[in-house]
Design a binder for this molecule. Structure first.
Ligand SMILES: Nc1ncnc2c1ncn2[C@@H]1O[C@H](COP(=O)(O)OP(=O)(O)OP(=O)(O)O)[C@@H](O)[C@H]1O
Length: 254
């Protein structure tokens, strides 16, 4: 399912946070969203998710304006994993993942064994099957993050929007979650700080000060010049002699 932004902008008070963002997320691709702190990544994701109303421009889902779609349909099509989301409710990990099925339930479509299977599968996909019965408040930050991702997977949406999903995760789970996202037959947009993770995306979009600076395959976009201009670092791509994979070496300019 394609997701497009057309001249999208968001202003709060006198601050222009995002300006003139036009891009197409292609069906099935994983698009990495990168940029320095405060460049507008979360704001762009929230606009794409329909959680914020654009000040200018609009978002289209499969050619239809997001603003014209009913909330329930948006929830069936777009799953969103926030950077930080918490709850003080007394719920288990499984309860949290079951919330992902909400957009699909109705009086005519009550909870069924198929929903149980989807929830179980999603918990297993993020390696949380063994902790399904644990109370939310007893989970570590990384375990909570994995449950959030499982909740989004259980939603069975066609578009997955993730805001720094590797936050709190140990290196094993960072890699397994990102490779899971890449393998899923979904259209995904992932805000990332680790540029080596961005190298694994189909394409990257680079934001700076609320503007889209570049969009394309990571090896073409992440040039030493761009990395210096956007992130104020020296960086170049090396090739791992073991398997030929690209690796970004990053160091300070001075
Ligand atoms: N509600 C708001 N009111 C005022 N300023 C805001 C608001 N929301 C976002 N901003 C500002 O907009 C800018 C972009 O914020 P955003 O969270 O989108 O950036 P980001 O690229 O996701 O940053 P980070 O990498 O630090 O998570 C920041 O300067 C932020 O302070």
């Amino acid at each position: 399912m394609s997701l497009e932004t057309h001249a999208l902008g968001w202003t709060t008070g006198r601050t222009v946070v995002l300006q003139d963002i036009s891009l197409t997320v292609r069906p099935g691709e994983t698009l990495g969203l990168i940029g320095p702190n405060g460049s507008g990544k979360s704001t762009l994701l929230r606009l794409m998710a329909g959680l914020l109303r654009p000040s200018t421009g609009h978002v289209e889902l499969e050619g239809r304006p997001l603003a014209a779609l009913p909330r329930r349909e948006i929830a069936q099509r777009i799953a969103w994993v926030a950077q930080q989301a918490d709850t003080s409710d007394r719920i288990t990990a499984r309860d949290a993942v079951e919330l992902g099925r909400t957009p699909w339930l109705s009086a005519n479509d009550p909870w069924s064994p198929a929903d149980d299977a989807i929830v179980k599968g999603a918990l297993g996909d993020v390696g949380m099957g063994d902790l399904a019965a644990r109370q939310w408040c007893t989970l570590s930050g990384g375990e909570r993050q994995r449950v959030h991702i499982a909740r989004a997977l259980a939603q069975r949406a066609s578009v997955l929007l993730l805001d720094e999903p590797t936050n709190h995760l140990d290196v094993h789970h960072q890699l397994s979650i990102l490779s899971l996202v890449r393998r899923l037959p979904l259209t995904s947009v992932v805000a990332l700080h680790d540029l080596n993770h961005a190298l694994g995306c189909d394409r990257v979009a680079v934001l700076k000060a609320g503007r889209l600076l570049a969009l394309g395959p990571p090896r073409e976009i992440l040039t030493p010049e761009l990395m210096r201009g956007v992130f104020d670092v020296c960086a170049h791509i090396l090739t791992d002699p073991a398997d030929g994979a690209p690796v970004l070496r990053i160091h300070p300019i001075h």
